[in-house]
Design a protein around this ligand. Structure first.
Ligand code: NDP
Ligand code: GDR
Length: 328
């Protein structure tokens, strides 16, 4: 029997890689698509992976439960992956209510719609290491207390606990993946890693002379999105639903990330990177460092891509993108 999956956030970084993984495993993949005036660019990431014609896009929005009920009735999924969110932390201070409506209440809408329409479906919630915020333990795992530091993180915390609550209240197969930062050539341009690799490519090709950055001392546990979507899928293949941290166990500063990315093209980051206070945040998450021992033991999951390999892949992809644009 062909399994059917519904992915919210299918047009985002993780949605694209997860679609690719599920298609390769023989799934019928449905994606929730929010209406946009720029219809020509909506499936850009799916197109990049060459799978735009294989994913069935269904019109809907996480803030509109009626659309979720319709979509669940239409595609009758066996697995539901809730990846849709206002996911940019910095933007969440400028749009705290929208962030709450999409990232927190959107998850509530979807959980409730699944409970009403498709309670047998397995549910994945995209929780985040941002929930640890002002860290309470040097290395964070599933038992580490949370201390969110942004409207985004507060919203994710609500969605996380609601997922746990629906599992405990209604015996739903609902799992939450507490994922540390994961990146790729498909990462949105405003996130720090892609901003840096795009900046490196532009400087290398003579299209820019400097790169303005925020807090260079923040450290993150960065992995590759392709490895992390496999962990999401593995969580839903377990008999018993549960929560899992996915992380590499290595933490690196933004400054070191810059050094590595510029060094990939033979440049010294110190000559190009400037600090601009406009990119600082009202409250910062200084350090994140994850412990994915439980995922390793129970799911058999382990990250496969090193930070250096990922940076190389991202810089090369941005060089190719800008190179192609320059040719015309
Ligand atoms: P992206 O920002 O790339 O993708 C977000 C997706 O959510 C997009 O498809 C976007 O659609 C969609 N979306 C936004 N608002 C709505 C809405 N109102 N209704 C329906 N869909 C909506 O995020 P990532 O792929 O990086 O992350 C996936 C999920 O995992 C997110 O929930 C994120 O918060 C979470 N997460 C990500 C981590 C990471 O390091 N990448 C780490 C931990 C958690 P559109 O294309 O139209 O904008
Ligand atoms: P984050 O990712 O907030 O961790 O959330 P982001 O890449 O935006 O920031 C990481 C760190 O880099 C510092 N930083 C900068 N960040 C950006 N965007 N731009 C800059 O110029 C810059 N300079 C320094 C930030 O201050 C921060 O400390 C991501 C998102 O994908 C969330 O959705 C997800 O939940 C978490 O990762 C885990």
């Amino acid at each position: 029997m062909t399994k059917r999956a519904l992915i919210t956030g299918v047009t985002g970084q993780d949605g694209a890689y997860l679609s690719q993984l599920l298609l390769a495993r023989g799934y019928e993949v449905h994606g929730l698509l929010r209406r946009s005036a720029s219809a020509d660019v909506i499936a850009e990431r799916l197109r990049w992976l060459g799978i735009q014609d294989q994913v069935k896009l269904l019109d809907g929005n996480l803030t509109d439960i009626s659309s979720l009920i319709r979509v669940l009735n239409e595609c009758a999924p066996d697995e539901v992956y809730n990846l849709g969110a206002q996911s940019f932390v910095k933007a969440s201070w400028n749009q705290p209510l929208l962030t709450g409506q999409v990232t927190a209440m959107g998850a509530a809408n979807l959980l409730e719609a699944v409970r009403l329409v498709r309670p047998q479906a397995r549910f994945y919630q995209a929780s985040s290491s941002e929930m640890y915020g002002m860290i309470q333990e040097t290395v964070q795992n599933e038992r580490t207390p949370f201390y969110p530091r942004s409207p985004y993180a507060v919203s994710k915390l609500y969605a996380h606990w609601l997922t746990v609550n629906y599992r405990e209240s209604f015996a739903m197969h609902a799992s939450s993946g507490i994922l540390f930062n994961h990146e790729s050539p498909l990462r949105g341009i405003e996130f720090v890693t892609r901003k840096v690799t795009d900046g490196v490519a532009r400087i290398k090709l003579g299209l820019a002379t400097e790169l303005s950055m925020g807090n260079l001392d923040a450290t993150r546990d960065w992995g590759h999105a392709r490895d992390y979507v496999k962990g999401m899928w593995l969580m839903l293949q377990q008999e018993v639903p549960d929560d899992y941290v996915l992380a590499t166990g290595r933490t690196t500063s933004v400054r070191e990330f810059c050094r590595l990315a510029f060094a990939h093209v033979g440049l010294d980051y110190e000559e190009y990177v400037k600090v601009d206070p406009a990119f600082l945040r009202p409250a910062e998450v200084d350090v994140l460092h994850g412990d994915a021992a439980k995922a390793r033991q129970v799911l058999g999951w382990a990250p496969e891509t090193s930070l250096e390999a990922m940076i190389g892949e991202m810089v090369e992809a941005d060089l190719a993108r800008h190179g192609a644009r320059m040719k015309g």
